[in-house]
Unconditional design. Structure first.
Length: 138
C-alpha cells in the first residue's frame, strides 16, 4: 500500500525571519498569517506544499541534532516544478534580484530545464521544467 499523505511541510531554519519573509515575498511567495509569529512563518507553495521557516532557536526545539550551516554543507535541496522554462528563469531571476546567489549553472537536457538559487541562509532551491509526457504518471 505505501505511505499516503496529501500535504508536505518542509521545515527550514533561518537566522532572520523577517529578512527571509522579505526575500521570499520578492520572489512571489505568500505566507499564511495564521501560522506566522516571531518564531515561524508558513510559506505557501500551493494548496498541498508548504515551507515552514523557523528561527534557528525555535527550530532547535524540534531536534537534539546540530543544525547544519547551509552556507557550508547541504542536507537538502528543495526542488519545485515550474510550468515553463520562462517561469524557471523568472523565479530564479527574482531570487537573485532579492539577494540570492547562483550555486550552479543552468541545466538543459532539451526535455528538462532547471536552474537553482541559494537563499539568504544558504538553503538550495531548484526550479525544474519538464516537458509533458516525458514522465509517466502512475
Amino acid at each position: 500500500m505505501g505511505v499516503t499523505a496529501d500535504k508536505i511541510f518542509v521545515n527550514l531554519p533561518v537566522k532572520d525571519l523577517q529578512a527571509s519573509i522579505e526575500f521570499f515575498s520578492k520572489i512571489g511567495f505568500e505566507f499564511n498569517p495564521q501560522f506566522t509569529d516571531d518564531n515561524a512563518t508558513c510559506m505557501v507553495i500551493n494548496d498541498h506544499i508548504f515551507v515552514m521557516l523557523l528561527v534557528e532557536g525555535f527550530f532547535k526545539t524540534f531536534t537534539k541534532k546540530e543544525i547544519a550551516d547551509a552556507t557550508k554543507s547541504t542536507e537538502v535541496i528543495v526542488a519545485l516544478s515550474a510550468d515553463s522554462r520562462e517561469q524557471v528563469d523568472e523565479i530564479v531571476n527574482k531570487a537573485l534580484a532579492a539577494g540570492g546567489t547562483t550555486p550552479n549553472e543552468p541545466t538543459d537536457h532539451g526535455f528538462m530545464y532547471g536552474r537553482s538559487f541559494q537563499d539568504l541562509d544558504g538553503h538550495l532551491w531548484e526550479l525544474i521544467y519538464m516537458e509533458e509526457g516525458v514522465v509517466e504518471q502512475g
